[in-house]
Write a protein that binds this ligand. Sequence first.
Ligand SMILES: Nc1nc2c([nH]c(=O)n2[C@H]2C[C@H](O)[C@@H](COP(=O)(O)OP(=O)(O)OP(=O)(O)O)O2)c(=O)[nH]1
Ligand SMILES: [Mg+2]
Length: 310
Amino acid sequence: MSKLIHVAAAAIFNDSGELLLALRDKAQHQGGLWEFPGGKVEPGEEVRSALARELQEELGIEIDQSATVPLIQVPFHYPDKSVLLDVFRVNRFMGQPYGREGQPLNWVKLADLSGYPFPAANTPIVNALQLPTALAITPRLLSVQYCEYIDKALQKGAQAVMLRAKHLTETEQLNLYQQLAEAFPELLLIWNGSMDAANRAEVTALHLSSERLMQLNSRKTYRGRWLGASCHTEEQIRRAEQIGADYITLSPVQKTASHPEVTPMGWAEYSRLVRLSSLPVYALGGVSLADLEQTLQAGGQGIAAIRCFC
Ligand SMILES: Nc1nc2c([nH]c(=O)n2[C@H]2C[C@H](O)[C@@H](COP(=O)(O)OP(=O)(O)OP(=O)(O)O)O2)c(=O)[nH]1
Ligand SMILES: [Mg+2]
């Protein structure tokens, strides 16, 4: 396999929360498709210096390197080239961006990103941008208690909720899912269950256990929008990538009361697996919102937790 070409790219936001896209010239590799501005890291160059240089060269803007936050790293093999896209969030910049190389630019709302044709390597980047950084996983509750739980979790900073209610029958879980989806129409509500049942109930966001993940070869039959999976090993991460999952949770990062017998992987191993994965990776297991900054700096998607949102 050819050597990975290290590319620094930026998800640049303006004050209205829109994102800057540039159209790649037809003559370029992956030409005619939209991109996150950036370019190749030169030998010996720091990735953030490369990002600042490329944004100056391509857009005429200055950025404060220390104010950039890692978003995701995507290793990707095109038939003719292998790239490592190293993507950062840029929320502040100086100057008015313009296409210094004649490339058209567009400010785009996050919700409209899916309408833009991107190179294939960009799918995980778009997912990382559209997925939240704080995911609450429901504890074991009575059916009537879930609404109140979600209210409280949202107040505490959760931005999405995974309904994990294995103590209820599948029918009860899906009825509850529909009720909660109606009560919280704006919320990304994920059901932890099986693909067949999710398809039958028209669930739009599904999370697979690692066991279910390893039984799947493709997401092709899935009819929802979001597909996630629980991973604990490199092999499971590879399978999640192979089936085309949108995100994974990786656990246990730290010691957790729910699985006291399991040895946690620790932050160093979490960071290593995040670098190796091309997908958005939530840290799970003994983590809370207090660990969010560390998780993002490691290139993770964010944190997933039960306890800290109760
Ligand atoms: N900048 C950028 N490159 C991307 C994206 N997605 C994607 O697959 N790529 C690929 C296309 C290219 O093979 C490589 C980036 O190369 P580039 O052409 O931007 O590099 P550069 O700015 O240094 O340009 P050049 O001097 O080599 O012409 O990464 C993306 O979103 N942004
Ligand atoms: Mg470029």
